[in-house]
Ligand binder design. Structure first.
Ligand code: CAA
Length: 282
């Protein structure tokens, strides 16, 4: 099947990687050729890591790369069975992308968003095919994490849900269907935990490493909540807390002032070289 992915960032290149590895022809689209070139380089590096671990053969790596093409114009998504948008979390940007895709693609195309916090219903309403718009929320790192949170907007049809569920299973993922409420399930449960960990740090209940050790060693989480916040990006964590706070109007979702302060300082986690931990800048 022909698939298109919009956005070559961490999520977009991971999604393109997984589609191509599973036999789909993928067009990766971003606004500049240098972004798609960088995305392809990242995919190549991640595939090489799989070859080194002997979970992929050299031949499969070559075949995967051959199934990937790039473009800088959304019109290149025409003829896709499925388009997954994975650009940054800005509704005006997504609105522009979805209305352009709606005009460019035939009626057979399902339009999905990898949004982690924007309403799928609101995105769908920017198109004339709300029944064929759905949320497909992959987790980072996409090639590793099994979950796809499949989000049904108000008008998503059962046929669209069935199709996206099957495609997700064929990728070797486990799709879980959820309804379109703020934060869906993943971030409604994950982000308050991270936010509470930041409160524990701010209030001096324990040091950073102690907080992370409690959750790693006591609850078998692969990363502690503060390390995970750095991995996700503190700005993204703050945005999602704000979405939960605004969406439910419940004070239990108030973002921790320390989280706000760190974002204001530009301490965004791994991507800025500093968050709760410090990182070597690549
Ligand atoms: N592509 C391909 N393979 C990758 C990869 C990538 N980008 N990144 C890691 N891997 C593979 C490694 O090759 C390794 O494979 P093997 O098990 O076969 O050896 C495996 O993943 C583990 O990687 P590492 O050994 O390098 O490192 P690790 O053991 O410390 O694991 C981790 C890294 C997978 C990130 C792990 O720490 C983890 O699972 N962390 C939690 C991640 C998480 O919670 N993600 C969800 C974030 S929330 C989100 O995404 C949604 C949102 O809306 C905010």
């Amino acid at each position: 099947m022909k698939m298109s992915v919009i956005g070559g960032g961490t999520m977009g290149n991971g999604i393109a990687h997984v589609f191509a590895q599973n036999g789909h022809d993928v067009t990766l689209i971003d606004v500049k050729a240098e972004y798609t070139a960088k995305a392809l380089k990242t995919i190549e590096g991640n595939l090489a890591r799989q070859v080194k671990k002997e979970t992929l053969t050299e031949a499969d790596m070559k075949a995967t790369l051959a199934r990937l093409s790039t473009a800088t114009d959304l019109a290149a998504a025409k003829g896709s069975a499925l388009v997954v948008e994975a650009v940054f979390e800005s509704f005006p940007v997504k609105k522009e992308i979805f209305s352009t895709l709606d005009a460019a693609c035939g009626p057979e195309t399902i339009l999905a968003s990898n949004t982690s916090s924007i309403s799928v219903t609101k995105i769908a309403a920017t198109t004339k095919r709300a029944d064929r718009v759905i949320g497909m929320h992959f987790m980072n790192p996409v090639p590793v994490m099994k979950l796809v949170e499949v989000i049904c907007g108000q008008a998503t049809s059962p046929e669209t849900l069935a199709c996206v569920t099957q495609i997700s299973k064929d990728l070797g993922k486990v799709p879980v269907t959820v309804q379109d409420y703020p934060g869906f399930i993943s971030n409604r449960v994950l982000m308050p935990m991270i936010n509470e960990a930041v409160y524990c740090l701010m209030e001096g209940v324990a040091e950073r490493d102690a907080i992370d050790s409690v959750m790693k060693l006591g609850m078998a989480h692969p990363m502690g909540p503060l390390a995970l916040a750095d991995f996700i990006g503190l700005d993204i964590c703050l945005d999602i807390m704000n979405v939960l706070h605004d969406g439910f109007g419940d004070s239990k979702y108030r973002p921790c002032p320390l989280l706000r302060r760190m974002v204001e300082a530009g301490y965004l986690g791994r991507k800025s070289g500093r968050g709760f931990y410090e990182y070597e800048q690549k």
